[in-house]
Design a protein around this ligand. Structure first.
Ligand code: AMP
Ligand code: MG
Length: 438
């Protein structure tokens, strides 16, 4: 590895969020290239659709059929031969010769001057290429319908065979983080299982002498370890395998043992705490022995200190792979912000996902927000709507890095970019939603 001062992994002065992201992406690319040199066959699982949500598709799903499999009606109405629309007359009257339902095709023939009552999804009978929607017709006698000739063109309201998807063409592309609609799509093609990337194994640990596990008594000066729970929640959303390494005391021996243990089992280790000024020197020393890790001061708030790099393969262990390491800050909100900003996309990238970024949208700030140019800020906020129906955001209470309640009440981050200054009420700002619907 390149330890030169130009390598962003080892930069210690204040690092732009974008440069931190670039350095992480580069490192994950390196790890992916190394993984390709090792045997890849164990990297793919075949899972049934009910187990596939949030997994990453390993190969394109090719459609085994045309969708739809035959021409069919897009509306409830009457099917007929569109040729009759070319004749210049104001009204057209057709005799109704039968009915076609979805799943119950009409076997007879429909001749000129005739039509067939047809339901959405029912097969188009032979001789018919056009459907007039029911509501555009009039009828005094159920055996006949009348409609205006200029209301439609030949071929309208018919879905063509293969219109949605042609046989042999990719229906879902490799790299897709599988969503409910993808599972439905696979099922609609008769596909019961999918080839997905193996679940990443992600080890998590919390470091700090003051931390206590749930159920333990809380002596004075101690706090409950909440970071492992928010991290578990964040990781569970990605359907990963979590290895919980618990709480590790602030002493070199325990920390070293925990890092070695995690790196023998996991693809990625995420720790929280112990990277801020004062504590970092002590962690740095261990990291020099165990891997290549940079200690960053990122120009962001919250979440300024962060360690990032890789842990060497442990000698004598079967896995020859390096372990990606994120040493997140200890503050509960900073942990979540740095996860959203850096870890989530790295995990997706390492697992072969094609889309790794959190999509941004925009909303109008209800209040002024103070912001210094020169750092990226993540403010917790609630998305709403104003009287004109426009999206708005308002901050949730105190924005201190340790205040989880404001995070819990928020539905999004307002992201104030590096060069941005103060925000006035009514300004549009970028927001990242915590939850996407699909
Ligand atoms: P540190 O980065 O270790 O200096 O921690 C920064 C702040 O976050 C301190 O107030 C810690 O007590 C707190 N903290 C660290 N780890 C955790 C954790 N796992 N759960 C809750 N708070 C934590
Ligand atoms: Mg600490």
């Amino acid at each position: 590895m390149n330890h030169s001062p130009n390598n962003p992994i080892f930069l210690s002065s204040s690092l732009h969020v974008d440069d931190a992201r670039k350095a992480i992406t580069q490192m994950v690319d390196e790890l992916l290239a190394e993984a390709r040199l090792l045997n890849n066959s164990a990297e793919i699982n075949i899972v049934s659709l009910d187990q596939a949500i949030n997994r990453i598709l390993a190969e394109d799903v090719l459609s085994p059929i045309d969708v739809p499999s035959a021409d069919n009606s897009a509306m409830d109405g009457f099917a007929f031969n569109g040729k009759c629309l070319e004749i210049n007359s104001l009204d057209i009257t057709l005799a109704v010769v039968g009915t076609a339902l979805a799943g119950k095709p009409y076997e007879g023939k429909v001749s000129d001057g005739e039509c067939l009552k047809i339901m959405t999804g029912a097969l188009m009978p032979s001789g018919c290429d056009t459907v007039i929607p029911q509501e555009l017709t009039t009828s005094d006698n159920p055996e006949f319908i009348t409609f205006r000739q200029n209301q439609l063109k030949p071929g309208e309201n018919r879905r063509l065979r293969g219109e949605d998807l042609q046989k042999g063409k990719p229906a879902i592309a490799a790299g897709r983080l599988l969503r409910p609609s993808d599972l439905g799509l696979a099922a609609s093609l008769g596909i019961a299982s999918l080839k997905v990337k193996r679940k990443l194994r992600v080890a998590i640990l919390s470091s700090g002498d003051e931390l206590r596990s749930l159920g333990q008594p809380l002596e004075s000066g101690c706090i409950y370890d909440s970071n492992r729970y928010s991290l578990t929640g964040l990781l569970n959303r990605l359907n990963l395998e979590i290895i919980d390494c618990g709480i590790v005391r602030d002493d070199p021996k325990s920390l070293k043992e925990a890092f070695i243990e995690a790196s023998t089992q996991a693809d990625v280790l995420i720790s929280s705490g112990g990277v801020s000024v004062g504590e970092a020197d002590f962690t740095k020393q261990i990291m020099q022995e165990l891997g290549d890790v940079g200690f960053w001061k990122i120009a962001m708030r919250p979440g300024r200190p962060m360690a990032f790099g890789t842990l060497k393969p442990v000698p004598g262990q079967s896995s020859a792979k390096r372990t990606l390491f994120f040493g997140l800050p200890g503050n509960p909100v900073a942990v979540m912000v740095t996860f959203y900003q850096f870890v989530r996309s790295a995990l997706l990238q390492l697992n072969g996902a094609s889309q790794t970024e959190v999509p941004l949208s925009q909303a109008i700030s209800e209040t002024p927000i103070r912001k210094k140019p020169g750092r990226t800020e993540f403010q917790r906020a609630i998305l709403g709507r104003n009287a004109e129906g426009r999206p708005t955001v308002r901050l949730t209470g105190s924005q201190g890095a340790g205040i989880l309640r404001s995070m819990s009440e928020a539905s999004c981050f307002i992201i104030l970019h590096h060069d941005q200054g103060n925000i006035a009420a009514g300004d549009w700002v970028d927001v990242a939603l915590f939850d996407g619907l699909l």
